[in-house]
Design a protein around this ligand. Structure first.
Ligand SMILES: [Zn+2]
Length: 293
């Protein structure tokens, strides 16, 4: 499996855990977007969180989008996942040059700045569920944890890590989500807190340890069983058809003025960099169909 993932449940049904080793999908994002290391780390963390949270969606066809908008140089980070954990994303500004933090780590919060995390759940019918919370750190994992604390009923801890190698490739990446379910008690909270204290470096944990071993370490003293194993992926479902819709959404006036210029145009997918070109005749047909409607 490329991006192995695992969910577990304590035998008493009070704690749920999701674990994802996302190295390959974060590498895929880097291959598409050629991001600077600090952006690779930020986008990689958001993709990892979105992929895991996608798995918590109720039904097929549901989509979950995490969007971070800040006043830092990266401006926006966005990741969208479906209920199978397939995920795609992009950064508003892929190349950001800011100094490392004093501890030598990539300064993701500096790249993001102050701003908001928006969580969107869309089941394809009616208005999507939207929740917007202020960023508390810009390091993303804390912001996701804070989102759960303020917007959801389920107490949740999120941890994320991406380690970028010297050649800018992704050395390791992963994350986990722990959730307390109704009926939990102080004892289980204390046990988890103790385990979480031992987590110092999430990316190196996923570099050296399997998901199951990480689950065993975090659930120390809490009997549990594996509920599902799956493979997450970076996946873009763009197509020429979908791109046509983007062109039409520009509006008839705008489309007509592009046609008037007489040149073919190229539209590049934000998520996978795939290019779709439209010649003047194709655009005329699109405009004709749009006018007809
Ligand atoms: Zn695409």
């Amino acid at each position: 499996m490329k991006n192995p993932a695992l969910s577990v449940l304590s035998d008493d049904g009070l704690v749920r855990g999701y674990f994802l080793n996302s190295k390959e999908l974060v590498q895929q994002a880097f291959d598409y977007h050629k991001t600077a290391p600090v952006v690779t780390a930020g986008l990689g963390r958001l993709l990892t969180a979105a992929s895991i949270m996608g798995k918590t969606l109720k039904s097929a066809g549901d989509l979950l989008t995490l969007q971070i908008e800040g006043d830092g140089p990266v401006r926006t980070l966005l990741a969208t996942a479906d209920h199978t954990g397939c995920v795609k994303g992009y950064a508003g500004c892929p190349i950001v040059d800011i100094p490392l933090k004093a501890n030598g780590k990539l300064d993701v919060s500096g790249a993001v700045g102050n701003g908001y995390l928006t969580v969107l759940r869309d089941n394809g019918e009616g208005e999507p569920y939207v929740s917007r919370t202020q960023l508390i750190s810009g390091e993303i994992a804390e912001d996701i944890t804070n989102y759960y604390a303020t917007s959801e009923q389920t107490p949740t801890v999120c941890a994320l890590g991406v380690l970028v190698d010297r050649d800018y490739s992704v050395k390791s990446a992963g994350g986990f989500l722990l959730q307390l379910l109704p009926g939990y008690d102080d004892e289980v909270v204390e046990r988890l807190e103790k385990s979480l204290e031992k987590v110092k470096n999430v990316s190196s944990m996923f570099e050296h340890t399997s998901n199951l071993k990480i689950a065993e370490a975090l659930f120390e003293g809490i009997p549990f069983h594996v509920t599902e194993e799956w493979n997450a992926e970076y996946y873009c479902n763009c197509s020429k058809d979908r791109t046509e819709k983007v062109l039409i959404s520009l509006g008839k006036k705008e489309l007509a003025s592009i046609i008037e210029e007489g040149n073919p145009i190229e539209i590049c997918c934000h998520f996978c960099d795939k290019k779709y070109s439209f010649d003047v005749d194709e655009m005329k047909k699109l405009l004709f169909d749009a006018v007809k409607k």
